[in-house]
Design a protein. Structure first.
Length: 112
């Protein structure tokens, strides 16, 4: 499966990044570059949609944790996705803002 990382046009100071395929050490740099650009552009909220990602390794986790420290990050991971287990095992469910679908990711931001 081909890996695809695409940043959609910004709406309401939110950048949505759609990912599909496999995100591993060879392909995650594409995502990292788009995340770094969002931080450089001072986007208020960055949403990374992993709904169509079929495989991920620790390089994805590294890219998301790094982005979490530089911007307001929301990660979409369906409840039935095997990626959910990665976030649970690494303890990142309580660190990253995870949502089950894109609609809830781009909705109103929760109070902090």
């Amino acid at each position: 499966m081909n890996t695809h990382v695409q940043a959609l046009p910004d709406e309401h100071d939110t950048r949505i990044i759609l990912c599909s395929g496999e995100l591993d050490i060879a392909t995650t740099p594409q995502l990292r570059a788009v995340l770094e650009q969002a931080a450089a552009d001072n986007i208020r909220r960055t949403v990374v949609d992993l709904s169509l990602v079929s495989f991920a390794d620790s390089s994805l986790i590294s890219a998301l944790v790094r982005a979490h420290h530089t911007q307001r990050l929301v990660v979409t991971v369906p409840l039935t996705s095997p990626l959910r287990r990665i976030f649970a095992l690494t303890g990142l469910e309580g660190v990253l803002h995870l949502t089950p679908d894109l609609a809830s990711a781009v909705g109103p931001e929760p109070e902090r």
